[in-house]
Design a protein. Structure first.
Length: 202
C-alpha cells in the first residue's frame, strides 16, 4: 500500500535498544504528525462486553491551555510523543529512513498515540504547527498489552512537582511574566523583616 499513497519521509532516525525492545526516535513537524496519528480512546464495547482502547478522553481545558502555550515565544516540549506503528502496510523502515502513509481515513491512520495526545492535538488548527518540531518515539508493532504497560509506567512513575517549586523555578526565567513578577513580590513580603506577612506566606 505504501507505494500507492502519499507519505511523509522521516530521516535521521535514532535506533534505541532497551530491555522492552527496540524503538525509533526522530523529530517530526507537529502538522505532519497530526496527519498520520490517531487515538484509541478507552470505551466500553457492548459487543465484546469489555473495555477496549488505552487513551483517556481529551480534556477541552487542557487542550486550550496547550494551544495558548504553544503560541508563546518560549514554548517548548522537550519530551517525546510516544506511539506505535502497528500495520506494516502503512509504513516502511529501511536504512535509517521511515516512510509513513498519510490518509484522511481514520481507519487507515498509521501511528497510534500511546502518550502525549493532549500535547499533539493541542496543535490542531494552530498556525505554529507547520513549524514546530516535536520529538517522537516510534514503537514498531507494539500490541495492546505493551501499549497499556508503556502508558501506565509513564503516568505512574513520574513524580508531580510541588506547585510552590514550579513557581519558585519560574522566577529564574529570563522572560518577565505576570506569574514570576507576582512570585518575586510575594517572596519579598515573606522574607523582609517588618513586613506584615514576614514568614507567613507559603
Amino acid at each position: 500500500m505504501i507505494d500507492n499513497y502519499e507519505t511523509i519521509t522521516i530521516n535521521n532516525i535514532i535506533e534505541v535498544e532497551q530491555p522492552i525492545g527496540k524503538f525509533l526516535v526522530a523529530k517530526v513537524k507537529a502538522s505532519e504528525l497530526l496527519k498520520i496519528s490517531y487515538r484509541d480512546e478507552r470505551t466500553f464495547n457492548k459487543d465484546l462486553s469489555k473495555y477496549t482502547g488505552t487513551q483517556r478522553t481529551l480534556k477541552p481545558n487542557k487542550l486550550k491551555s496547550i494551544k495558548e502555550f504553544i503560541e508563546t515565544r518560549d514554548a517548548t516540549f522537550p519530551n517525546t510523543i510516544i506511539g506505535t506503528l502497528s500495520d506494516a502496510s502503512l509504513y516502511r523502515y529501511e536504512n535509517g529512513v521511515l516512510k509513513i502513509v498519510i490518509s484522511d481515513d481514520i481507519n487507515e491512520k498509521a501511528f497510534q498515540i500511546i502518550d502525549g495526545q493532549h500535547r499533539l492535538w493541542g496543535f490542531e488548527n494552530s498556525p505554529v504547527a507547520k513549524d514546530f518540531d516535536l520529538l517522537v518515539t516510534f514503537f514498531l508493532n507494539a500490541d495492546v498489552e505493551d501499549q497499556a504497560y508503556i502508558f501506565s509506567i509513564i503516568n505512574t512513575t513520574q513524580t508531580k512537582l510541588e506547585p510552590s517549586l514550579v513557581s519558585d523555578l519560574a522566577e529564574l526565567s529570563r522572560i518577565t511574566t505576570p506569574e514570576n513578577c507576582v512570585h518575586s513580590i510575594a517572596k519579598v513580603f515573606n522574607n523582609r523583616e517588618g513586613s506584615p506577612w514576614y514568614n507567613a506566606i507559603k
